[in-house]
Design a protein around this ligand. Structure first.
Ligand code: FES
Ligand SMILES: [Fe+2]
Length: 422
């Protein structure tokens, strides 16, 4: 349970809010590289932390990130023309470079006027198939954190964005909640559930493919420089606790989820208090295709996922596509892992009030997420550094393995204790 005051503190991310101040200390994904596919392509309207921006790729391929409304008289630059090394406002033709230089002001031709102005622009990086921007205080610009998925060749990586109309914390909490995997994702986690016979899922790409049938994992948690890591210990067939699934929480909204042969890095980026862009990056030592991941996640139905706008469009209008007839064989009656997770997040409402819930020991990692975020907000209010800021995150990983007799679970991923500055 969380008081309404603390719930508001963590969930609200707009300008001037404590949670918004924490968020504004970090670099954020703002779109996928694929959404700006070539030089001078159409610009993209971006909503981030309750504010609107425009992202565009100029003639040389560099990406710019500006406030959405033109500094002249406020027309949206997302309608603008991207040409000749900048973005040009449709209304009176003012033109801006990726760094915010005012290149032309056709209705006031004196070049000295343009030279005195600068459009509000923000630092941008492009890495791992994602465009990242920093919109926080200029003097506090942190080092850019790299993730392991940024170092693999593009054929070994898939980047997807899924916009979901609920608060980011609902989706974050689902990611730090091991005990839901064997239930919500029953069909992928525990094939054979109908016959009460556990047969491990052979799909090495599926992050819900559990190695054990145990629905009541014991959780242990340890703080780390990037947030925390926790293990879900599950009993295997001979009733010994032998299976360990380790998942990190990266402040303010990141996690890594293990599949047998791939890792899923998931970042729940708040567009505003009631909308989230989920970035899912799959990477591993072998090639992986977008078609495979889209199918696995259940996003291969245009009725429920708009691939052009990256939006999850399922709604209560048809109970999120839930198929009651199918539920005789399929636990959830929903299409796949992400459809199940996003639907549950949406079912909690736009911004869930946590003051009326009933927690159990299996929710410990969810509780720790809230505590770490509240502590991080407090640190920022006191002008201290939050966890994870400016760290090299390439050593942050996840695993689902057998734990040898007498072995410490923390030794499964020793890099978690050695995280260093970027
Ligand atoms: S409003 Fe953009 S040029 Fe006038
Ligand atoms: Fe899930």
């Amino acid at each position: 349970m969380l008081s309404q005051k603390d719930n508001e503190m963590i969930c609200r991310v707009g300008a001037g809010t404590p949670g918004g101040a924490l968020m504004r200390r970090f670099w954020h994904p703002v779109c996928t590289s694929a959404q700006l596919p070539h030089p001078d392509c159409a610009p993209l309207r971006v909503r981030l932390l309750g504010e609107n921006y425009v992202a565009f790729r100029d003639s040389a391929g560099s990406v710019g990130f500006l406030e959405e409304l033109c500094m002249h008289r406020g027309a949206s630059l997302a309608l603008g023309r991207v040409e000749e090394g900048g973005i040009r406002c449709l209304y009176h033709g003012w033109k801006f470079s990726v760094s915010g230089d005012v290149m032309e002001t056709p209705n006031h031709a004196d070049p000295r006027y343009a030279a005195r102005l600068k459009a509000p622009s923000f630092p941008v990086r492009e890495a791992g198939g994602i465009v990242w921007a920093y919109v926080g205080p200029k003097e506090l610009l942190p080092a850019f954190s790299r993730y392991a998925f940024m170092d693999v060749e593009p054929s070994h990586r898939v980047v997807l964005r899924v916009n979901v109309a609920c608060n980011y914390l609902q989706l974050v909490e689902g990611g730090e909640d091991s005990s839901h995997v064997g239930v919500l994702h029953t069909n992928m986690a525990r094939p054979g559930w109908k016959e009460n016979e556990f047969t491990p899922n052979p799909d090495v790409v599926n992050p819900a493919a559990l190695a054990s049938n145990d629905l009541e994992p014991a959780l242990k948690i340890e703080d780390t420089p990037f947030g925390f890591q926790y293990v879900a210990l599950r009993k295997t067939a001979d009733s010994q606790v032998r299976n360990a699934r380790v998942v990190p929480f990266i402040v303010p909204y990141g996690r890594v989820i293990p599949a047998p042969a791939f890792l899923f890095t998931v970042l729940e980026v708040p567009e505003d208090d009631t909308h989230t862009s989920t970035y899912i990056v799959v990477h591993g030592d072998a090639p992986v295709t977008e078609a495979k991941i889209i199918e696995l996640l259940g996003l291969n139905d245009p009725e429920y996922y708009d691939r052009k706008n990256c939006t999850f469009t399922a709604s209560w209008a048809d109970s999120f596509g839930q198929n009651r007839e199918l539920m005789k064989e399929n636990w959830s009656g929903l299409r796949g892992v992400e459809v199940e997770d996003a639907t549950i997040g949406l079912s909690q409402g736009p911004l869930y009030d946590r003051s009326r819930e009933h927690l159990v020991p299996a929710d410990q990692a969810v509780v720790r997420v809230r505590r770490v975020l509240l502590e991080s907000i407090k640190r920022v209010m006191e002008n201290q550094q939050p966890p994870a800021l400016g760290l090299d995150l390439r050593g942050v990983s996840a695993c689902d393995r057998q734990l040898d007799e007498g072995a410490a679970w923390q030794d499964l991923l020793p890099s978690h204790r050695q995280t260093v500055a970027a």
